[in-house]
Design a binder for this molecule. Structure first.
Ligand SMILES: [Fe+2]
Length: 395
């Protein structure tokens, strides 16, 4: 169903793009245009078709990755071309008094000055869209920024002073994030020598089998205090059972409304994980994999005075982590907006107020990572991928 919806959306965008191209290009191009667009979208159509047929296994993954990358980049170009042309259209409406009131692109040919304006802007908008695509792809797949933070808690147990942990969020292993990228992220993280490795959700993009390249990439990387994870909304797009099983099999403990006690220097850290709300109200109401966040369940067996660090995929659920007594909460989910074309405005504001970085609520802290992977379009603008290295300090 999600792929069918995606296909309908893609077809709608293409139809709008076709209307735009008809405005921009001379009449002689109009006849072959639909075929040309079909040709360019063949990879994405094949990708969607293979997925619909259930051919998403390991054998098909390299082919799917190849097809989807081509298709998604063209899709990204299409969306940006449309957006830029819309801006040109608004500019035209503001600066030129229309000859007659027009409501849609279909009425455009009756106004030659409008068509001429759009034709003139076509080259510029195509160039700008391509530049956005190139710059965005470069940002998305360049080495991530490494954010090193020292977070101080006066009541941190002495044995935890100096504890260095790595947070990796939103890797989205799948068609757009392959083995080579995952290996690079592992290499960069391992270089930081963390004592604890935490994955804060969206390990895969949409299917459980996409986890295997991630597990292979992180094979043999065993920080002394362990590797832990919580799942994100994307991990619940399909049955999460195989993800839970394969994580545990690889020695990555999945904390879903659960806690682990970690000993260091004679002190104890309680590491908690809350389950993502997608578990209880996934994209299909009939598929319920769990109760969603349950702070009471996660903390049931914990001593009341133990220092608590919580992994919680969505920053919008921080209140649940605070209810679990978390002094530090680590989240992701927002991708820092991923595509922020308006300077100073994070697109993540559209889904909530906590977009990226550090937040404080009394003595408690939340860090929202921009994450590593991409969702939807394979680009990032003004939201570079991020590996977070946190050192806990007592004073
Ligand atoms: Fe994500």
């Amino acid at each position: 169903m999600p792929f069918l919806l995606a296909l309908v959306l893609i077809l709608l965008v293409q139809w709008l793009h076709l209307r735009l191209l008809c405005l921009e290009l001379p009449d002689r191009f109009h006849r072959p245009l639909p075929w040309l667009l079909f040709f360019f979208h063949l990879p994405l159509i094949l990708f969607a078709g293979l997925r619909l047929l259930g051919l998403g296994g390991h054998g098909a993954l390299p082919l799917l990755q190849f097809l989807s990358r081509i298709g998604f980049y063209f899709q990204a170009f299409t969306v940006m071309h449309l957006l830029i042309a819309m801006l040109a259209e608004w500019a035209w409406r503001i600066f030129r008094k229309p000859v007659a009131e027009v409501d849609s692109l279909e009425e455009a040919p009756v106004d030659p000055s409008r068509r001429a304006f759009l034709r003139t802007s076509a080259v510029a908008s195509t160039g700008a869209a391509m530049a956005f695509g190139v710059v965005g792809a470069q940002e998305a797949f360049s080495d991530p920024q490494i954010t090193r933070l020292e977070l101080t808690f006066p009541d941190l147990p002495p044995g935890l002073d100096g504890l260095r942990l790595a947070q990796l969020s939103d890797l989205h292993a799948g068609p757009l994030v392959g083995a080579k990228t995952l290996r690079r992220w592992r290499e960069l993280t391992e270089r930081e020598r963390p004592e604890l490795l935490l994955f804060t959700g969206d390990l895969v993009d949409s299917r459980p089998e996409e986890l295997e390249p991630l597990l292979i990439a992180f094979q043999g990387f065993h920080p002394p205090l362990g590797r832990f994870a919580v799942l994100g909304n994307h991990d619940y797009f399909d049955d999460p059972g195989p993800i839970w099983r394969d994580l545990e099999g690889a020695g990555i403990r999945c904390l879903e409304n659960a806690a682990a006690l970690i000993q260091r220097g004679g002190s104890t850290l309680a590491l908690l994980g809350l389950q993502d709300p997608m578990a209880r109200n996934g994209r299909f109401a009939r598929l319920v994999y769990g109760p969603g966040p349950r702070p009471a369940e996660a903390t049931r067996d914990l001593p009341s005075d133990v220092f608590r660090l919580c992994m919680n995929h969505r920053p919008s659920e921080w209140e649940e982590a605070l209810a679990a007594g978390a002094r530090l909460t680590l989240s992701g989910h927002t991708h820092g907006g991923q595509i922020n074309p308006i300077p100073g405005f994070s697109s993540a504001r559209l889904i909530g107020p906590r977009t990226q970085g550090l937040y404080r609520e009394g003595p408690d802290l939340l860090y929202v990572s921009r994450g590593l992977g991409v969702v939807g379009l394979p680009i990032r603008i003004a939201a570079p991928p991020e590996i977070v290295i946190i050192t806990l300090r007592r004073t």
